[in-house]
Design a protein around this ligand. Structure first.
Ligand code: ASC
Length: 152
């Protein structure tokens, strides 16, 4: 019995993972809200690291690491919410190029996730110069995507 139940649970979990990303949102508006929210929370934690990198608040490696790990985790979230049919919804600033240049958009998002992972590693070293360098590279990857794919 337990074995059957756990098989069912596993099958359900696998079906959920295999489902197209768009199927995870009841409405296109929900996808837009999700991607805007995850990017907003990510930006909040990123800016706390920026405050240290720019000398506005004292460098604390533990705080920087906690925030950078959140950024690295959050950086994985927005992309599944840029599914088909979510291009002209509500107050989105997403440019049509996201859907016409999917390989390039993926490359840009992969770049940002990679830089965020490096930022967390840099924060952990406790070396402020390493943090500054990695913060700059991560910010550049945010900006590159905004410049190409976000309307003013
Ligand atoms: C931030 C934030 C962004 C990026 C970007 C970098 O702190 O919220 O979107 O940095 O402004 O240019």
């Amino acid at each position: 019995m337990h074995k059957t139940l756990s098989h069912l649970a596993l099958a359900a979990a696998m079906a959920a993972l295999a489902a197209p990303a768009s199927a995870q949102f009841a409405k296109p508006e929900d996808a837009v809200k999700y991607r805007q929210s995850s990017l907003s929370v990510m930006g909040n934690h990123f800016s706390r690291i920026g405050a240290m990198a720019n000398g506005r608040v004292p460098f604390d490696a533990k705080v920087a690491t906690d925030n950078a790990e959140l950024v690295a985790t959050l950086s994985k979230l927005p992309w599944a919410a840029f599914g088909p049919g979510t291009d002209k919804v509500g107050n989105t600033k997403a440019k049509p190029e996201i859907w016409t240049e999917q390989a390039k958009f993926k490359e840009a998002s992969d770049k940002m996730m990679g830089e965020a992972t490096k930022l967390a590693a840099a924060a952990k070293t406790g070396n402020l110069d390493a943090l500054k360098t990695a913060f700059g590279a991560t910010a550049a990857s945010c900006k590159a995507c905004h410049d190409a794919y976000r309307a003013q």
